[in-house]
Design a protein around this ligand. Structure first.
Ligand code: SAM
Ligand code: SF4
Length: 355
């Protein structure tokens, strides 16, 4: 979206001072276009790198945003230049009103009159059953997580025996017209690092793009160990034994760097948040299921929208949401600090932040 007539980037550098409807630009000049909306912290799986098996502290049901509240926030965000809403969680398909969430969000248009883009990250369970309705409601793109193709391994890693349901969901997505279709796997040493080639072949056979994610310190159990992490370099080395990899140009703000497989058109992506952070181009904000705005996965500060939505907005609800979006953007640091000795893991696990 262009800057308002007569404005230069310095005029709106401090997001909180900008007028409603102007772009969300942070103090480092990054324009925010992407809002990740976590719909729930609940999940049908218990991936070891994300959630503990038991004893998870769930968000209070009364604090979970209603459909109307989500739509209200999304409308203000779209007016401020957000063009993509990615639905996530927890597992977004556990939300009973998920089709209505997609339908209502897909009806939102930006200041230029164009509809917003609706994407979803899911574990694929329930996708076969829900995909026709989701696509009909306006869902445009899907990322499906699958870390292993082996049943025993899947059960151990996710603590649930649901591989067939995930594979069904991927098959349904492959048969649908939703493209690009992306499959995500967290690469883990001695867990699935012997399956990287197989996973890429599986993705290619389904008309999808495989993306490997470096494991990040975001598990609710706080068990992340740098030495157990499989790095981007290791991933590329493994894949190079099977394909000639050539970088795909034009990454823009995308989290994954991509490589063509044997010259293309197939490609593979790596999200190297730990060894090759891409914070300089980050255009993302996050909204948790309980109404907290976050400017970074790793941030320890949250901007609470609940009081504004539920009755304490003397200047108006939309104005309050807009002000909070701008404060959140203004508070964004140049980068995360995973690699700093003093790094503090956020209290929330990934399932409660929204990946
Ligand atoms: N339940 C959905 C799913 O698994 O796709 C959406 C939520 S999940 C939190 C979103 C993404 O975050 C998944 O691709 C998952 O693999 C990734 N993820 C979760 N914990 C992670 C961690 N500690 N490091 C890297 N990626 C992680
Ligand atoms: Fe659930 Fe996704 Fe976390 Fe796995 S990564 S436990 S599927 S929220």
């Amino acid at each position: 979206m262009p800057l308002p007539a007569g404005a230069g980037i310095d005029d709106i550098r401090s997001g909180a001072d900008a007028a409603p409807g102007s772009p969300l630009v942070d103090t480092h000049g990054r324009v925010h276009r992407d809002l990740r909306i976590s719909l729930t912290d609940r999940c049908s799986l218990r991936c070891t790198y994300c959630m503990p098996e038991q004893g998870n502290e769930w968000l209070a049901k009364s604090s979970i945003l209603t459909l109307d509240e989500i739509v209200r926030i999304a409308r203000v965000a779209a007016a401020d230049g957000i063009t993509t809403f990615r639905l996530t969680g927890g597992e977004p398909l556990l939300r009973t009103d998920i089709v209505d969430v997609v339908r209502r969000l897909a009806a939102i248009t930006g200041p230029d009159g164009r509809p917003v883009d609706i994407a979803m990250t899911t574990n694929g369970i329930r996708l076969r059953e829900l995909l026709p309705a989701l696509a009909g409601a306006g869902l445009r793109r899907l990322n499906i997580s699958i870390d292993t193709l082996r049943r025993d391994r899947f059960r151990e890693l996710t603590r649930r025996d649901r591989l067939d349901d995930v594979l069904d969901g991927i098959a349904a997505a492959a048969a649908s017209g939703l493209r690009p279709l992306k499959l995500n796997a967290v690469a883990m040493r001695d867990v699935n690092d012997d399956e990287l080639v197989e996973l890429v072949e599986f993705a290619v056979a389904h008309g999808a793009q495989m993306r490997f994610i470096e494991q990040m310190p975001l598990d609710a159990g706080h068990t992340w160990d740098r030495s157990r992490m499989v790095t981007q370099d290791e991933i590329l080395e493994t894949l190079s034994s099977r394909w000639r990899l050539t970088p795909v140009p034009g990454r823009a703000g995308a989290p994954a760097a991509r490589w063509h497989l044997d010259g293309g058109p197939g490609s593979v992506g790596v999200i190297a948040s730990v060894t090759a952070p891409f914070c300089g181009d980050c255009d993302r904000l996050r909204l948790t299921a309980d109404g907290q705005l976050r400017n970074c996965l790793f941030s320890t500060t949250e901007y609470d929208l609940l009081p504004i939505l539920r009755g304490e907005a003397p200047g108006g609800v939309d104005e309050g949401i807009d002000g909070m979006l701008r404060s959140c953007v203004r508070g964004k640091l140049p980068g995360h600090a995973i690699n700093d000795p003093g790094f503090l893991q956020p209290v929330r696990g990934m399932n409660a932040i929204g990946g």
